[in-house]
Design a protein around this ligand. Structure first.
Ligand code: BEZ
Length: 255
């Protein structure tokens, strides 16, 4: 999902080119959701709508939201009922059997705002199933960005746009909001990048590199060279050090 507020800008075509794997790797999260025909499901941060379309094709009544107008348009072009909405300001009230979210919640701060909105959106007994970046996610990439910005006397740690919690931390947040956590796990999942680290930085690191002001291009080149020994193999293939946090949590049957 888009976090326009965090200076992140989304381009549906660039996203598919540089990060098409995100939807493909969302399949196990869909399997964990196991939506049933006729259920009403909210896709929180639908992006270009590929997974929402998979659910709709299986007879699920899907409503999708995203904070990027460009992504909402792309999802609508796939026939999805998509609305422009910030994950921290969900306006639904006890209308969904489930809320599903893939590769979005690491953009959402404060995390408890999204969790509270999901809680309101769910019917009693409803489930919240999702996956996003967990503790240690893209650690090498993050360190390279911080190092290159610190060479320019920019303390980027305070501005980093991503939230990568441990399972223990996120479980606590879910439980404090009234969910029973049925499953939560950190899953290391290295991903070969289809357009290399340049493509990844283009799609995801805009808010961090923007901190370098007029030196963005040079900073980006330095990040690539710092990462090359760690993430690029002899054949020139780049692998990102992804770590996912996958979970399934449920509300009690009675409010
Ligand atoms: C991720 O999907 O893990 C991710 C996306 C953008 C920035 C950082 C991580």
């Amino acid at each position: 999902m888009a976090r326009e507020q965090s200076a992140q800008r989304w381009d549906p075509e660039g996203y598919l080119r540089n990060a098409g794997f995100v939807a493909a790797l969302g399949e196990p999260v869909l399997a964990l959701l196991a939506p049933r025909r006729g259920e009403r499901v909210l896709d929180l941060g639908c992006g270009e709508g590929l997974l929402a379309a998979r659910m709709a094709a299986a007879g699920i009544d899907v409503v999708a939201v995203d904070a990027s107008a460009a992504m909402v348009e792309a999802a609508r072009r796939r026939g999805i009922a998509a609305e422009l909405m910030d994950a921290r300001e969900l306006s639904f009230d006890a209308e969904f059997d489930a809320v599903f979210s893939n590769a979005v919640l690491h953009w959402v701060r404060p995390p408890e705002a999204a969790i509270a909105g999901v809680r309101r959106a769910l019917k009693p007994g409803g489930r919240f199933v999702g996956e996003f970046g967990g503790h240690g996610n893209v650690a090498a990439i993050l360190v390279a960005l911080l190092a290159v910005l610190s060479r320019r006397a920019i303390n980027a740690a305070a501005h980093r746009p991503w939230y990568f919690p441990t399972a223990r931390e996120y479980r606590g947040r879910l439980e404090r909001a009234g969910f029973a956590v049925e499953y939560i796990e950190l899953i290391p999942r290295p991903v070969v990048l289809p357009t290399g680290i340049e493509g990844w930085l283009e799609t995801f690191a805009g808010p961090m590199l923007a901190l370098a002001g007029g030196e963005q291009k040079a900073a980006r080149a330095e990040v690539v060279e710092l990462l090359r020994p760690a993430l690029c193999d002899r054949d020139g293939n780049w692998t990102a050090d992804y770590v996912r946090l996958r979970f399934c949590a449920r509300l009690p049957e009675k409010r």
